[in-house]
Design a protein around this ligand. Structure first.
Ligand code: SAM
Ligand code: 2KA
Ligand code: SF4
Ligand code: MG
Length: 242
């Protein structure tokens, strides 16, 4: 198989997609290693922090594909490409490989790096980072990402909200891109330390934030917004590989 090696942190599933537009769908995850961001509340630091890079395996398309096929029993399903930032890995050939066997591909990215192969996806989830993350949005890059996908894959915005500033950011994003569905996701303020995925999640706290977010959206009559918690976090807490 042609194509450069892909840095993989983990491949797991099938589980259900816990977030956003595909919530509840049986999914295999391919999580790439490495990220150009470092969000203050990232729940996946084992795929971000370079301290963990020795756990990231360079894999060929064929090696990754054999593992996806094994996990799914060869029955086509949705493969979610996440990370880290999967947009900084050469994933085009993997998408072609899977499409040839009837699999579908979704990709989660913060919108900091555009790739022409975004157009080959089935679903592009762009998750620009609000002020609480400590990251700065590069709007020209974000525009580029959305332009790459224009017309072809279903494209949605998914924005994590912790507080009023994040909520204002999410509303601003919705105003900038009125054609895109917007998913709001309450932040988990108790993400796992990278070495301890048994660390407890403050579910009550996350649910209170979810309720607050529902009140904000309905109070504002923002009736196009969709508000969803991270279902996998409710089911399995901070556990890795689910
Ligand atoms: C771990 S990221 C990986 C993909 C890509 N780097 C991104 O941020 O979109 C996947 C999703 O998890 C969300 N996320 C990360 N940490 C979170 C937290 N503590 N609470 C809620 N969502 C979180 C991100 O905003 C993103 O939508
Ligand atoms: N079940 C499940 N759903 C998810 N949706 C986005 C995830 C991610 O970490 O990107 C994720 C994950 O890690 N597990
Ligand atoms: S962009 Fe995504 S993977 Fe990277 S640090 Fe932020 S939440 Fe984590
Ligand atoms: Mg996650």
């Amino acid at each position: 198989m042609t194509g450069a090696a892909i840095r993989v942190s983990e491949i797991f599933g099938p589980t259900i997609q816990g977030e956003g537009v595909l919530i509840g769908q049986p999914t295999v995850f391919v999580r790439t290693g490495g990220c150009d961001y470092r969000c203050s509340w990232c729940d996946t630091l084992h795929a971000v922090d370079s301290e963990y890079r020795e756990q990231w395996q360079p894999m060929s398309v064929e090696e990754i594909w054999m593992e996806v096929r094994r996990l799914s029993g060869g029955v086509p399903l949705t493969v979610s490409l996440s990370g880290g930032n999967p947009a900084i890995q050469p994933l085009g050939p993997l998408i072609d490989r899977g499409h040839g066997e009837g699999y579908r591909f979704a990709l989660e990215t913060q919108g900091s790096a555009a790739r022409d192969w975004f157009a080959d996806l089935d679903v592009l989830v762009v998750s620009p980072k609000p002020p609480s993350s400590g990251m700065e949005t590069d709007f020209s890059k974000l525009d580029e990402c959305l332009a790459m996908a224009a017309g072809r894959p279903m494209t949605v915005l998914k924005i994590v909200v912790f507080d009023d500033h994040d909520y204002a950011y999410a509303k601003d994003m919705a105003g900038r891109y009125p054609a895109l569905p917007v998913y709001l996701q309450p932040g988990n303020h108790t993400p796992p330390p990278p070495d301890d995925d048994s660390a407890t999640v403050d579910i009550d706290g996350v649910m209170n934030r979810m309720l607050w977010l529902v009140d904000k959206v309905t109070g504002d009559r923002w009736f196009d917004a969709r508000v969803l918690p991270q279902l996998h976090v409710l089911l399995w807490g901070n556990r890795r590989g689910v």
